[in-house]
Ligand binder design. Structure first.
Ligand code: UDP
Length: 456
């Protein structure tokens, strides 16, 4: 950096992989623009995150990690979604965050907090002069759908939903909590809470880029000064302006990097289906067996991430039976995998980070959504951005092996017109994804504007 720091910012992510990644990436963007960043963790995740940051290289960044006291023992699962957990978490962390700001001299110019912790705004307001930026880790389309729902414009379990600036949606295209919120009431409440105080925040930052959701963004901008700052993926896959930024830097899982890359090196270009359902998805036993059977049947190689906790659901002898055609790992270096020349398409749960990564690298998609915002992302992948297909599930949400084979053929077969169209669109969107954070791109300008405003 060399120059004097322009501003001092606290960045606070909810401690799960899919939220740490974009917020850490945003921190790197700020640092590259001469802003001092403190990355806040929680006391029960601090040592884990720090240990993982060392392994992932994030501690080499000019970035301080500071814990906020959440009142839980180290290692308490951040996937606990009980109402008691969220209540205690909020109470303890709010207090700790406020104490931290009180001891800071000079005070931070801003807090950039994960939108699912909207109470950080109340803490901010106790400290005049500290700006509040809510960072949304999901896209504007999903934000807009939640907002319409919370305004009573459609009901839970509604099957056909028509909303401004987007195509007609079926119930199964909506974020899962709106179509089947019996799944977990406290998570639904957490998600809804993101919008309780958006009228009062100073900055509404979204991990997306303008060309992707142009119409919805226009609608959102008529309500709030929404700014896209994405895609928040390492710079070396986009504008390459942050030297050496190839990895997010903190991985809560151990990636089998050499194993994946060596195996991919041994496969022909464009021949491999990369299959991963993210850091949280849990399949029912019969669905896991069916996915395994579908992949065994396809006429292509596949690299499948099956997290350690899911491996027991694989059919016995499966690894021996698939032989060289398939590699199963517990965690992959996903960006390096997606950027590898052997990858032909990505079968994904359509988590927002995975979606943005594929869009940024121009990889065709097969969407098999399950949870949260994933069905909406899958709908847009197939019908709006036309960069992939989505598996059709039966009325119980089950996806058959035949359906998996059909989707793979549709994307991968050389003669498939749809496959060609998908690849063309993926290339086109990749250009926009790369331009957004490049010098003078819309996301870059929005980050500059954010910095200029907080130092005023
Ligand atoms: N990821 C990874 N290796 C894997 C699977 C996932 O590095 O084997 C990363 C992926 O690159 C993404 C994140 O984990 O950045 C998952 O986030 P996403 O929003 O896609 O899904 P979630 O895990 O939140 O459901």
């Amino acid at each position: 950096m060399g120059e004097e720091s322009k501003a001092n910012v606290l960045v606070f992510s909810f401690p799960i992989q899919g939220h740490i990644n974009p917020l850490l990436q945003f921190s790197k963007r700020l640092i590259s623009k001469n802003v001092t960043v403190t990355f806040l963790t929680t006391s029960s995740t601090h040592n884990t995150i720090l240990g993982r940051a060392v392994a992932g290289g994030a501690t080499a960044l000019p970035l301080t990690f500071l814990p906020l006291d959440d009142g839980f023992e180290e290692g308490h699962p951040s996937t606990d979604s009980s109402p008691e957990y969220f209540k205690n978490f909020e109470e303890n962390v709010s207090k700790s965050l406020s104490n931290l700001i009180s001891t800071m001299d000079p005070k931070p110019n801003a807090i950039v907090y994960d939108s699912c912790m909207p109470w950080a705004l109340d803490v901010c307001r106790k400290h005049p002069g500290v700006a509040a930026a809510s960072f949304f880790t999901q896209c504007s389309t999903v934000n807009a759908i939640y907002i319409h729902f919370l305004r009573g414009e459609f009901k839970e379990f509604q099957d056909d939903v028509v909303l401004p600036a987007m195509p007609p949606l079926k119930g199964s295209d909506l974020p899962v909590f709106l179509y089947d919120n019996s799944i977990c009431r406290s998570l639904f409440e957490l998600i809804s809470s993101q919008f309780v105080n958006v009228d009062d925040i100073d900055f509404f930052l979204v991990n997306s880029f303008d060309e992707l959701e142009f119409e919805v963004l226009e609608w959102m901008k008529n309500q709030w000064p929404v700014k896209n700052i994405g895609p928040m993926i390492p710079s070396m896959y986009l504008d390459k302006r942050i030297t050496g930024d190839k990895d997010y830097g903190i991985s809560l899982f151990n990636a089998q990097t050499n194993e994946c890359l060596n195996w991919l090196d041994s496969k022909p270009p464009g021949s491999v289906i990369y299959v991963s359902f993210g850091s949280l998805a849990v399949f029912k036993d019969d669905q896991m067996i069916e996915v395994a059977a579908g992949l065994k049947q396809i006429g292509h190689n596949f690299l499948w991430v099956v997290r350690e906790t899911e491996t027991k659901k694989l059919p016995s002898n499966y690894i021996e039976e698939i032989g060289e055609k398939g590699l199963i790992v517990n965690w992959s270096p996903q960006l390096q995998v997606l950027a590898h020349k052997s990858i032909g398409c990505f079968m994904t749960h359509c988590g927002w980070n995975s979606t943005l990564e594929a869009l940024s690298l121009g990889v065709a998609l097969i969407g098999m959504p399950a949870y949260s915002d994933q069905p909406t992302n899958a709908k847009f992948i197939e019908d709006v951005w036309n960069v992939g297909v989505r598996v059709k599930a039966d009325k119980d949400g089950f996806v058959t092996k035949e359906e998996i084979v059909r989707c793979v053929d549709e994307v991968m077969e050389e003669k498939s017109e749809k496959g060609k169209e998908i690849r063309k669109n993926a290339e086109r969107l990749m250009e926009f994804a790369k331009k957004a954070p490049s010098e003078g791109g819309n996301s870059d300008k929005n980050i500059d504007e954010f910095i200029a405003k907080i130092v005023k």
